[in-house]
Design a binder for this molecule. Structure first.
Ligand SMILES: Cc1cc2nc3c(=O)[nH]c(=O)nc-3n(C[C@H](O)[C@H](O)[C@H](O)COP(=O)(O)O)c2cc1C
Length: 205
């Protein structure tokens, strides 16, 4: 029997709330993954605004365990609770800054801090544009502490047909960064050079 991989999913109030829905959908499809969800108060607003009034309910239904943002005594606030890692999707600049400073003012930032202190994976889909020096410095700080900063930027080399393909690809890449002992979620790059060569060859015919 496959062992259970516990993953903490933190959702903060940056734009890109749909990424949280997609990440949880992908994780919930794998029975060997147990999800622990915490949503910030601002994220409840962005989810409703960007995805719709039922977005929060959908997230709660797809998660195995749900925690209140103020529940700083919850299991995921302790390093003794073994988890494989945590994704913050999307990660606002406020939450990034709190993590960078070790300011564990709510359960989301406390759980992120726990990943760092326990030397576990922490993937931050940090989203803002443009970025000021403080944002960049916070990204450097969390990277120095062991987190992975993955801004949710589309990879156009995959030639996405619509927004849902972009959302799927970013979400799958983020999950892959957790390094779970599972099959890769994202479709790997298959070498665009071959396509270019074959179309060039076709043009010569
Ligand atoms: C519709 C909407 C979009 C937002 N987009 C961003 C964003 O992309 N990045 C960001 O850092 N903050 C964004 N914010 C502001 C954050 O929600 C705000 O700073 C909040 O305090 C973050 O709190 P949290 O980190 O606890 O979720 C947005 C707010 C709203 C209402």
């Amino acid at each position: 029997m496959e062992s259970i991989n516990r993953v903490v999913v933190g959702v903060s109030g940056a734009s890109g709330a749909v990424l949280a829905v997609q990440v949880l959908e992908l994780l919930s499809q794998n029975p060997s993954i147990e999800t622990h969800l915490v949503i910030s108060n601002a994220a409840r607003q962005t989810l409703a605004h960007e995805v719709g009034p039922l977005a929060v309910t959908a997230l709660l239904e797809m998660s195995d365990y749900i925690y209140d943002i103020g529940a700083i005594g919850a299991k995921i606030a302790s390093g003794s609770f073994q988890v494989s890692g945590m994704i913050v999707v999307p990660c606002s600049m406020r939450t990034l800054s709190a993590i960078a400073c070790g300011n564990t003012d709510n359960l989301l930032t406390r759980a992120a801090d726990v990943q760092l202190k326990e030397r576990r994976k922490l993937v931050l889909l940090a989203r803002e544009t443009p970025l000021h020096l403080g944002h960049l410095r916070n990204m450097v700080s969390v990277t120095e502490m062991g987190a992975i900063v993955m801004p949710p930027v589309p990879g156009f080399y995959q030639k996405p047909q619509d927004v849902s393909e972009i959302v799927h690809h970013i979400s799958a890449r983020a999950i892959d960064l957790l390094g779970l002992p599972l099959r890769q979620f994202a479709r790997p790059w298959d070498g665009g050079a071959r396509e270019v060569v074959s179309s060039a060859t076709a043009a010569l015919r």
